[in-house]
Write a protein that binds this ligand. Structure first.
Ligand code: HEM
Length: 441
């Protein structure tokens, strides 16, 4: 149909709003792994091949900065790892990296297991009453608790946790709305004012915990203790304001991503009861009744394969936006300074060149693999790769193992069939599960 001036100014925004994934899949089928879309006044090059993604994220990363979607998080996040660029990013990443090493995370397993107990209580009650549970909501609760305890350890009082649980979710959803909006202005709407009040309440808690931790001396198993202890070569550590921004960043980056991974994992296992039975047998044989440790859950091959396969089909961070800082080519396509690029992890990980039956949930394909396949980038790649990847995998495996050891989650009717592709990729409706308790091992 003929397009009026508004429609042509909006470009593909209406199609993307209506069904972003459908539109992107059709475009890939028609134009291949590199194609352009129009978003308002901007042209965006969509990158869906592992080779071109590698150019953007690794080989030619010096020619790119984070794209507009991430830049728009700055009012809430300040300058944390996700949004920082240049020397600030490099210094912070160097200071923070050791706290996220696999070895440093071993000590956090206990705190993660402890933060799972309210979830297990809820599931036990649901199994008795027959009430369905909203898996997505439960996973948001448990991962918020887990990331908060991983960050603050025992410094997090129950009152503080209550403030975080009350204020953070509306703030995050407001941030997501801002990122999705094609315009940048922020009107003082009730939602915006509510978000600002929530931000201020959270800031007070975060600053109080930082001050208390500084006074008590750094160290300990929690991330904040390790960040307080981190010093660069000049002996300088992160200031309180910098720590605040990093804490907010870790909340944003580590909460909903891990929750959606777990939600999709339970959805997939409910749709594939034969796989679920095998995973449950593996978990129950290996874990016994005690609290599992990091090494124990890493040694559960089928559970790990199910997590990888879920991340392949449903990468929570499905888009990686970038902006060129100078002239550069991607897949042979010349780009000018300021050009927008969007690495589409969702399309890339469902590419039939790299994955036989790309749309099928087949965890077995991961068993026995010795290296990570090129067409698998759920945590990004290169220097800006997710700093929390080991934490996310440890947390998901611990939570999944604890649930699967004692409960079966059944999703009558197979749950929502569509996907909601916003800031993260989610099922397009509630995943309601019926819970059955298993006899003790
Ligand atoms: C960056 C995915 C969990 C902290 C990223 C990036 C991806 C990603 C794809 C790269 C973004 C880009 O290149 O534009 C995920 C997924 C997770 C997860 C799928 C869960 C399943 C976590 C957790 C934390 C975390 C648990 C920390 C508590 C970060 C930070 C960055 C980041 C700080 C920015 C790193 C930098 O630029 O130096 N994440 N993440 N993430 N993630 Fe994660």
């Amino acid at each position: 149909p003929p397009r009026g001036p508004l429609a042509s100014w909006l470009g593909h925004v209406p199609e993307l709003r209506r069904d972003a994934l459908g539109f992107l899949r059709h475009s890939r089928a028609a134009y291949g792994d590199l194609f352009r879309i129009r978003m308002g006044p901007r042209d965006v090059l969509v990158v869906a091949s592992p080779e071109a993604a590698r150019e953007v994220l690794v080989d030619k990363a010096a020619f790119f900065r984070k794209g507009r979607g991430i830049q728009k998080m700055q009012p809430f996040l300040g300058t944390g790892l996700l949004t920082a660029e240049g020397e600030t990013w490099r210094t912070h990443r160097r200071l923070m990296q050791p706290a996220f090493h696999r070895a440093a995370l071993e000590g956090m397993a206990e705190a993660i297991v402890a933060s799972t107990s309210p979830l297990l209580d809820r599931l036990a009650k649901a199994a008795q009453s027959g009430e369905p549970v909203d898996v997505g909501r439960e996973m948001l609760h448990v991962t918020l608790r887990a990331v908060a305890t991983a960050l603050f350890g025992t410094a997090l009082a129950d009152d503080d946790l209550a403030v975080v649980e009350r204020e953070l979710p509306p703030l995050l959803s407001r941030t997501a709305d801002r990122v999705r909006s094609p315009v940048d202005w922020r009107l003082p709407t009730p939602g915006e004012r509510r978000a600002q009040a929530a931000g201020a309440a959270l800031d007070r808690v975060v600053h109080r915990i930082i001050a208390a931790r500084r006074a008590a001396g750094s160290g300990g198993h929690d991330l904040l203790g390790q960040l307080l202890a981190a010093r660069d070569e000049g002996g300088t550590g992160l200031s309180d304001a910098e720590l605040r921004d990093e804490v907010m960043t870790l909340f944003l980056a580590g909460h909903e991503t891990t929750a959606t991974l777990l939600t999709f994992l339970f959805l997939m296992l409910a749709r594939h009861p034969e796989v679920r039975a095998q995973v449950q047998a593996e978990v129950r044989a290996e874990l016994g009744q005690g609290a599992p440790g990091a090494a124990q859950v890493r040694a559960l091959p089928l559970l790990q394969a199910c997590i990888q396969e879920t991340l392949r089909l449903y990468p929570p961070a499905w888009l990686l936006p970038r902006q060129a800082t100078g002239p550069v080519t991607v897949g042979g396509v010349p780009l000018a300074e300021g050009a927008h690029v969007s690495v589409n992890v969702f399309l890339l990980q469902r590419c039939s060149r790299h994955w036989p039956e790309p749309g099928a949930f087949r965890p077995q394909r991961w068993l026995g693999l010795t290296r990570t396949p090129d067409a698998f980038l759920p945590f990004g790649a290169g220097a800006r790769m997710c700093i929390g990847n080991h934490l996310a995998l440890l947390e998901s495996a611990l939570i999944a193992a604890l649930v699967l050891r004692d409960f079966t989650l059944e999703v009558p009717g197979g749950g929502p069939q569509g996907l909601a592709a916003g800031l993260t990729l989610k099922p397009d409706g509630a995943v309601l599960a019926r819970v059955r308790a298993l006899p003790p091992t």
